[in-house]
Design a protein around this ligand. Structure first.
Ligand code: ADP
Length: 410
């Protein structure tokens, strides 16, 4: 009898222990999965509350409130976890997503990409752009960035999903503008080329006729007619120069962009040779610092040196021109400068002088057509460089232009 009572007591104790063990297991599971934020433990005097709002809770809140989609996916593609942002992105209820395969939410064409992610993603981080497919065929361009996710001896894949809709739309708009700009630039170049080329022929005819008129009818049509014929004949070389320069401007295209390393010391020597007569006539002194070899189109670079140096001589003041060319290397480019002691210019002209046909010094005082600097700018643009000028009236000007180094060009 006594033995029976003992067995009964031990069984009751056993049941009690089993019950408490089950309770502990459930509590631990709830803590681990984040379903509870606090536990109440009865102490010797009173019950005590232990909150779990530590780092773990912060992570859980972060995951839920972050502005990116987040999910944890098994290697077979089963979605174990998904935050509300991702559900909103797909426009699919959370409970439908959890437990489903990630492949169900990707456009069929991109399924191979997902396969790759699932295979490689357990070992190394992956980044891939895909089209997500949500409810009713709702498509979302997205970037999936993954990292292996080890938890309790099993490895799965953590995915952060960024919605690329806005970026894609902006990129498309930019590309459209670029295409339009390229097309209109090409049309303009073609137009300038055809116009200037086709103008040469009638101009030659007009020129010949005027010369005959001048030669055969001088003193026969009266002084007024003689004067008018003279004006017309004088305008011919100006017209020819304009057409020639317009043609030169149209001919600068991106085709001649950097192909080889060009020795600027040689370019400088050629510039001196070409401008020899102007240098002699004005007693100009043209000097230079050591000049580098740069990655550029040699013919175009020579044009830049010539145009800037001839302007430096042309727009001189009372003193004989002094022109100095130098070059300094910065991070990813060479900065060239061409400085003079000429008449300079007011600050409000500094940007406009690079526009085609823009001239600020009267046409009677200095010859020219206002195309030289536009050509220089176009050449520098095609080399992905920049050009600007610093100047003050009466104090000379310094033109700066940059040519990217080979690395800077890459
Ligand atoms: P052009 O020399 O045929 O007039 P450019 O395009 O070469 O045309 O130059 C545009 C204008 O910029 C010039 O007419 C002149 O007024 C101004 N300019 C250019 N270079 C200099 C300079 N070194 N000093 C002062 N003014 C200059």
């Amino acid at each position: 009898m006594k033995q029976d009572a003992q067995i009964k007591m031990l069984l009751a104790e056993n049941e009690e222990l089993r019950h408490r063990l089950q309770e502990t297991d459930e509590t631990l599971e709830a803590i681990r999965t984040g379903r509870i934020d606090a536990v109440v433990v009865s102490g010797p005097d009173k019950a005590e509350v232990y909150t779990l709002s530590g780092a773990d809770k912060a992570y859980r809140i972060l995951f839920e409130t972050m502005n990116e989609g987040a999910s944890i996916v098994g290697t077979d593609g089963t979605i174990f976890f998904c935050n509300t942002r991702l559900a909103a992105m797909l426009r699919v209820p959370l409970e439908t997503i959890i437990g489903a395969s990630v492949k169900a939410f990707v456009a069929p064409d991109d399924n191979a990409l997902i396969e790759t992610i699932l295979t490689r993603g357990v070992n190394e981080p992956q980044k891939v752009e895909v089209r997500l497919r949500g409810q009713a065929g709702h498509n979302v361009p997205a970037l999936i960035s993954t990292s292996p996710f080890s938890f309790e001896e099993s490895t799965s894949i953590c995915m952060i999903i960024t919605d690329l809709t806005d970026r894609k739309q902006a990129e498309e708009a930019l590309q459209q503008t670029l295409d339009e700009l390229t097309r209109s630039n090409r049309d303009l170049e073609e137009f300038a080329h055809i116009a200037s080329h086709d103008l040469q022929e009638p101009l030659r005819n007009v020129s010949t006729c005027l010369q005959i008129l001048e030669k055969d009818y001088k003193d026969k049509l009266g002084p007024d007619a003689d004067q008018l014929i003279k004006y017309a004949v004088d305008a011919i070389p100006r017209m020819k120069a304009l057409i020639y320069n317009l043609l030169a401007y149209a001919r600068v295209t991106g085709i001649g962009t950097p192909s080889a390393s060009v020795n600027c010391e040689q370019i400088f020597e050629k510039t001196l040779l070409t401008l020899g007569p102007a240098i002699d006539e004005s007693s100009a002194v043209v000097t230079h610092d050591p000049l580098p070899a740069v990655y550029a189109d040699a013919t175009q670079l020579l044009q830049v040196f010539q145009n800037l140096t001839s302007n430096a001589i042309k727009f001189r003041g009372d003193q004989p021109p002094k022109v100095h060319i130098s070059a300094e290397k910065s991070d990813s480019e060479w900065v060239f400068s061409v400085s003079d002691n000429g008449i300079g210019m007011e600050s409000h002209h500094l940007e406009k002088i690079f526009k085609i046909f823009y001239r600020l010094h009267g046409s009677t005082q200095f010859e020219g057509s206002g195309v030289g600097l536009a050509i220089v700018k176009k050449i520098i643009d095609t080399h992905k460089g920049r050009i600007w000028v610093e100047s003050e009236p009466g104090k000379g000007s310094t033109f700066y232009f940059t040519i990217p180094t080979k690395e800077g060009n890459a």
